[in-house]
Each structure stands twice: as C-alpha cells, then as structure tokens.
Design a binder for this molecule. Sequence first.
Ligand SMILES: Nc1ncnc2c1ncn2[C@@H]1O[C@H](COP(=O)(O)OP(=O)(O)OP(=O)(O)O)[C@@H](O)[C@H]1O
Length: 198
Amino acid sequence: MTDKYGVGQDPYCYPNSSLLINLLDLKSEEELIAAEVEFTSYRLSTFIPDFDNLSFDYLCHIHYHLFQDLYSWAGQIRTVDIAKQSTHFCNVRFISKSAEKCFEVLPRNNYFREMPLPVFINNLADFFCEVNVLHPFREGNGRSLRLFCEVLALQAGYELSWHHISQEDWLLTNIAGYQGDLMPLFRLFRLATKPIDI
Ligand SMILES: Nc1ncnc2c1ncn2[C@@H]1O[C@H](COP(=O)(O)OP(=O)(O)OP(=O)(O)O)[C@@H](O)[C@H]1O
C-alpha cells in the first residue's frame, strides 16, 4: 500500500493506514490533528527558551517538548525516508552527519548575533532551508524548526512572527528553497522579522 509519503506501509502508522500511531490512540486524522493543535499549543505555552544551547540536540529537545504527549518518538530522529511531492528529504543514513553540517554554521557565525537585518535574514533563511531539507523528524518538522528559529532570532536581537504567512506560502517557498531558489525564503523571512524594541 502507499501512504501519504509514498513509502509503502510506514512503521510509524497504523496497519493499512497513513495515520500516525499516537499515544492517545486516536484513530481518525481529524481527531489527531485537533489533539496536535491542543497539546502542542499547551506545551508551547510552557516552553522556556534556552539561549545558550542552540544546537541540533536543542532542536530535538524542542520537538520532544512540543510532541511528548502525542508520539513515543518525540525528539528522536526518524528511521524512515520521507518525500513530499517531488521533494526527497535527507536520507535517514545521513541525517546525523548532515545535521552536524547544518548546525556548525551557528557557532561559526556567532549565532547570527550583531548582524544587520538584511544579513541576518539571509543567514536565517539559508539555515532554515538546510534544516527543512534535513527534515529530521517523522512529523512536526515545521513547528519545531520555526520555534528553534524564534529562539535563535531572539538571542540575536530580532523577533519573528509567522501570523501573516499562510501554509500555502510556506509550502511554496520551501519547495523553491529545495530547488535552489532562496529568493522566496528571503522575502518571507523579511516579512516575518523585526528588530526587538529596546
Ligand atoms: N514538498 C516540499 N518541499 C519542501 N518543503 C516542504 C514540502 N512539503 C512540506 N514542506 C515543508 O515541511 C514543513 C512541514 O513538515 P512537517 O509536516 O514534518 O512539519 P509540521 O510541523 O507538521 O508542519 P507545518 O510546518 O505545516 O506546521 C513545512 O515547513 C513545509 O513548508
């Protein structure tokens, strides 16, 4: 059978279905989506940023924090390959090595501190694109990475707000990024970013 990721029977899903096995044992997509919204919103409200730990482990910690009520694998690197439309995210065998590469850019660039807005945006958009292609988790990559970027931005003196950006825009900009065109991501991050008022 083919699931929504086109990988055949997915060990993360209930047999003969594309529904993720979940700790609440919800068996319908509508209920699971509603529970994800409910629980991740609650966990977001209890999230305390750690500005001194901006690493891949911290992204995993954020994923765990948001999804701990929903999935036994919260915070853990996926064990299956995934693709959406024509995008093939990082092969599972290379996730750890590629993560090291994606995240080494942060200490190498002083965690994007003391950068003027346009430089900050370009660096952040580039980083976002790389980690989106890494797609380390089976689900919840977008939400975890956006929160990670919010923490990264705050310690660099910027605030991110996604509210005026639609799912559709996210999707199209991320597809363009995967295909090597970063301009839409630069534009989107320009819309989302403003300096913190002191
Ligand atoms: N075909 C694609 N090519 C590149 N990126 C994609 C593609 N489809 C989705 N994405 C990006 O992947 C992320 C979604 O990944 P995933 O479904 O694991 O996370 P999520 O947190 O459940 O989703 P969302 O970001 O919608 O809340 C989004 O940032 C989305 O823009």
